[in-house]
Ligand binder design. Structure first.
Ligand code: HEC
Length: 348
């Protein structure tokens, strides 16, 4: 507890001073025995839950993927332990610090609804304290579901052959655990773990990427399906169609505002902390931050990274359509929460 009192005492100082001081204090003293005990218990709890919700299965099993997704997205303890903005990405260099590593910022909804469920777990894990980061590192044995249909991935990971290869070859998911709030701050996947993946699947050759983050399938349905709340919300949720149409309107505004020249998976601006907005689920996770950034004229930026506010008309239209989308997202979530209650009661 000494640790948390110390944190409070310094809360008023600048974020930079806090970061620097926190790293050196931790490095000097390391975690207390209680912090070690708590972190070990948290790691075991997370690993057990992941193995329970997302056990090893055939890497193309749609039903196993869906039950893992639903379990993680709806009230899992894992989800409760994620930082409100959690960083996610692949480990490319085992020696790089987190500060030097490019990662994507996600809301817990997005990580639990689309990314983490692509992995399977068996409960095996290790834990270490990494002094330089001031964080515990929990390494979970894993394997990736590389044989799902293309519309089950949040975007075509194969737009970059190396990224697809790392996903497919992943043998560990790494959770960076901050003992003070008791939360996962960063999650990574790596193919550089010591053990082979916990399920064997022949690699799938990177399919051809045509430059589209969303596309229409042969039936004219929008893809990737997972990015339209498919499998997260009930199929009779009355807001599903509106979610898609109101996102499409917003997407046009984002294009007018040049937002998609930076906020897309191939990261043209080479951001170290990318924010993704290119599908309904991604945008829903960021919609309040999006509205605030535009209202405050902090976005968009020019090619030098300098704020370059939109003209009044474009800004107004973006805010209106963004707010309309946000309302539909809220309504859809409220409906889901209400619809789930009676079902739970009936099943008891
Ligand atoms: C030239 C590149 C660029 C353009 C264009 C751009 N952004 Fe950003 N945006 C960034 C960067 C860089 C960050 C900060 C993330 C980081 O630190 O790398 C950011 C952060 C954000 C965030 C995170 C919240 C925050 O306040 O930090 C949101 C939301 C966002 N941008 C929305 C938008 C919207 C909406 C548009 C279009 C109106 C837009 N951006 C246009 C580069 C850009």
């Amino acid at each position: 507890m000494k640790f948390s009192i110390w944190r409070q005492a310094t809360a008023a100082s600048t974020a930079l001073a806090l970061l620097a001081a926190s790293a050196s204090t931790n490095a000097a003293s390391g975690p207390t025995p209680e912090e070690w005990r708590d972190a070990r218990a948290a790691a075991a709890g997370l690993a057990d839950e992941l193995a329970h919700l997302c056990p090893v299965a055939a890497p193309g099993s749609q039903s196993e993927f869906e039950s893992c997704r639903k379990g993680l997205y709806n009230n899992s303890a894992f989800r409760d332990k994620l930082n409100p903005i959690v960083l996610w990405g692949r480990q490319r260099n085992a020696n790089a610090t987190l500060a030097a590593t490019s990662l994507t910022q996600f809301a817990p909804d997005v990580l639990t609804g689309m990314y983490l469920p692509l992995f399977m777990f068996n409960g095996k894990h290790t834990i270490a304290y990494i002094e330089g980061e001031g964080l515990f590192q929990i390494r979970l044995a894993t394997a990736f579901r590389n044989r799902l249909a293309p519309g089950q991935f949040p975007y075509p990971f194969w737009h970059d052959a190396e990224k697809w290869a790392t996903y497919q070859g992943a043998n560990e998911v790494i959770l960076w655990w901050d003992p003070a709030p008791g939360r996962v701050k960063v999650a990574q996947f790596t193919a550089m773990g010591a053990q082979p993946p916990i399920a064997i699947s022949e690699p799938v050759a990177a399919p051809k990427f045509d430059g589209q983050w969303m596309w229409s399938d042969a039936q004219g349905k929008s893809q990737p399906k997972v990015t339209l709340f498919d499998g997260l919300f009930s199929s009779d949720n009355p807001y599903l169609v509106k979610l898609e149409t109101s996102y499409k309107v917003l997407a046009l505004r984002l294009r007018e505002g040049q937002c998609d020249s930076c906020h897309v998976p191939n990261n043209p601006d080479k951001s170290k902390r990318l924010v993704l907005l290119q599908t309904p689920v991604h945008a829903a996770g960021e919609i309040q931050r999006l509205l605030k950034a535009v209202r405050d004229d902090r976005m968009p930026r020019d090619e030098f990274g300098i704020e370059s506010p939109l003209d009044a008309k474009t800004k107004k239209a973006l805010l209106e359509d963004g707010e309309a989308f946000a309302k539909v997202v809220d309504a859809a979530k409220r409906w889901e929460a209400q619809a789930r209650e009676p079902t739970l009661a009936n099943s008891q």
